[in-house]
Design a protein around this ligand. Structure first.
Ligand code: AMP
Length: 176
């Protein structure tokens, strides 16, 4: 079976989670199958190959899962982006708009060096708000976003439009 079909087979649709009207794409069953996990990491490595990144950044919380696997495989540092108030050391923060109100994400001040080529990873691209805010946060370090990687893209929400001003290297393994 090709990789996108195998991923789609593993992903579980959970209707009305976390609130009515949302069809949640649950990636946790992917982690029951380590052969599939390895294929996914292999594919991200292949897609990122020409980019030669310096750092992989993972977005809380499901972005940590393949983010750390990918960083480890590529022998690169892994950096966490977390919601406000979760990181213990001094932080740089970025606010962004939600459907109602705002949210804030943070990174440790010592996590990215000036001029670094950074890959932003998350499990799923929906509206693109979180990934775009992460890219803005990385710019505060005078670093460069060289790629975005996602397992899933919900194409009907046009998340890519918010990201292409940072880079057009946006890699999504499966699309809905
Ligand atoms: P957004 O900022 O709208 O692109 O939302 C992306 C974040 O929300 C990611 O961290 C996803 O894990 C999560 N998310 C949004 N919609 C879904 C969905 N339908 N299923 C699973 N996760 C989702």
């Amino acid at each position: 079976m090709n990789l996108p079909d195998q991923i789609k087979k593993a992903i579980r649709d959970v209707p009305d989670f976390p609130k009515p009207g949302i069809l949640f794409k649950d990636i946790t069953p992917i982690f029951y199958d380590q052969t599939l996990c390895n294929r996914i990491v292999d594919e991200f490595v292949r897609l990122l190959g020409p980019t030669k990144p310096d750092i992989i950044v993972g977005i809380e919380s499901r972005g940590f899962l393949f983010g750390i696997l990918l960083a480890n495989r590529m022998n690169l540092p892994f950096v966490l982006v977390r919601k406000s108030g979760k990181l213990p050391y001094t932080t740089v923060s970025q606010e962004y708009s939600l459907e109602y109100g705002t949210a804030k994400i943070e990174m440790h001040t010592d996590s990215i060096h000036k001029g670094a080529k950074v890959v932003i990873h998350d499990d799923l691209l929906a509206t693109g708000g979180t990934a775009a805010a992460t890219a803005d946060l990385i710019k505060q370090f005078d670093a460069e976003v060289c790629a975005f990687t996602f397992i899933v893209a919900l194409d009907f929400l046009n998340g890519k439009e918010k990201l292409i001003k940072h880079t057009n290297n946006i890699q999504c393994l499966v699309h809905y």
